[in-house]
Design a protein around this ligand. Sequence first.
Ligand SMILES: [Zn+2]
Length: 59
Amino acid sequence: MKLLTVAEAADVARCHPETVAAALRAGKLHGHQTKKRAPWVTQKACVIAWRLGQKCSHD
Ligand SMILES: [Zn+2]
């Protein structure tokens, strides 16, 4: 499985990285932090589902 950084996710979603970060923090976009305060990572399928207003299939 390929993990995306916030910057890469923003590129996939064609939106601003801060929009992605806010969605991750709000729990609207499915993602993970490897440690507390570590950078967020997410998956392409999750980013696409979020942009389409859908739930990703694996949470
Ligand atoms: Zn997901």
